[in-house]
Design a protein around this ligand. Structure first.
Ligand SMILES: C[S@@+](CC[C@H](N)C(=O)[O-])C[C@H]1O[C@@H](n2cnc3c(N)ncnc32)[C@H](O)[C@@H]1O
Length: 274
């Protein structure tokens, strides 16, 4: 497995154009299969500081805009901006309201002015960014002093059962790579933002069979896009091998799929160096 301990992951994560295309294709199916994403976003909302009253918020990696609509309701009167790398997702979100502005952009290079937002809310998007340090420095740049970055992401151990099952079949990369939790810790600590909270929580979903899991990942746009993934269709024999290998993990409630979720809340100091 690739060493993800470095801030930069050369060749370690998928091409961003492929990520954007995959999520754009998934825009219509995403909401029907996004139960985990909903639960994680709700948990992230609960971690926002109670005294937070942003006049301008950013939903970063906003997807279909579900949480943009929640933020718009919660912070009525504030101006909302939704940024996503996938035009198809933004098109879907735009029709349903929530943010006033829908902008195509990359979390590692935000299309926003310095000191222009009071809250960045980002749920389950930055695991697609190879340079988490760039996400943090962009957040530092666009936040106003006292502004808050609240994010959820995924770390190593996510989809471990699927990864290990494929490993037993052909030793190839079939599952997206994830950064280690201690890298999130180290990069947050060195970001210049005050770390208010950082946690890792495991969430386990259960499926009747492997196909239900892989179809769901595809409908989310989150199936394997890694460089080095096997090309073409998955052969019948290898698929049969996967089904058998995954059976070793079966529990009374079905086949488990573990998500290791990272939650982080950071605040930009009121004064530099504070
Ligand atoms: C799993 S979805 C989450 C969507 C939404 N936040 C939610 O919780 O329902 C991930 C989203 O992040 C977007 N994304 C991936 N990489 C990104 C990047 N570098 N910059 C901005 N958005 C990105 C994808 O296009 C996708 O819409």
């Amino acid at each position: 497995m690739t060493d993800l301990s470095h801030p930069t992951l050369p060749g370690g994560l998928p091409d961003k154009r492929q990520v954007a295309a995959s999520f754009s294709r998934a825009a219509a199916s995403y909401d029907s299969v996004a139960a985990l994403q909903r639960a994680v976003g709700v948990a992230l909302l609960e971690q926002l500081p109670a005294d937070l009253t942003p006049s301008r918020w950013l939903d970063l990696g906003s997807g279909t805009g579900h949480f943009s609509r929640v933020l718009a309701e919660r912070f009525a009167g504030a101006v909302g901006v939704a940024v996503d790398i996938a035009e198809g997702m933004l098109g879907h979100a735009r029709q349903q309201g929530g943010a006033q502005f829908h902008v195509v952009g990359d979390a590692e290079r935000l299309p926003l002015q310095d000191a222009s937002v009071d809250l960045i809310f980002s749920s389950l998007a930055v695991q697609w960014c190879s340079q988490f340090a760039s996400v943090l420095s962009e957040a530092q740049r666009v936040l106003r002093p006292g502004g808050v970055l609240a994010l959820s992401s995924l770390c190593v151990g996510t989809l471990e059962e699927l990864r290990a099952s494929w490993q037993a079949v052909d030793g190839m990369i079939h599952v997206n790579r994830f950064r280690r939790f201690d890298d999130y810790q180290r990069l947050c600590a060195g970001s210049g933002l005050q770390l208010l909270d950082l946690q890792q929580r495991a969430q386990v979903l259960h499926y009747p069979d492997v196909r239900s899991l892989t179809h769901e990942l595809k409908a989310l746009g989150a199936h394997n896009l890694n460089p080095g993934r096997p090309a073409g269709l998955t052969g019948r024999a290898r698929m049969q091998g996967l089904l058998q290998a995954y059976e070793h993990w079966r529990q009374p409630s079905g086949l488990p799929a573990t998500y290791q979720v990272v939650y982080a809340v950071l605040r930009k100091p009121l004064q530099a160096g504070e």
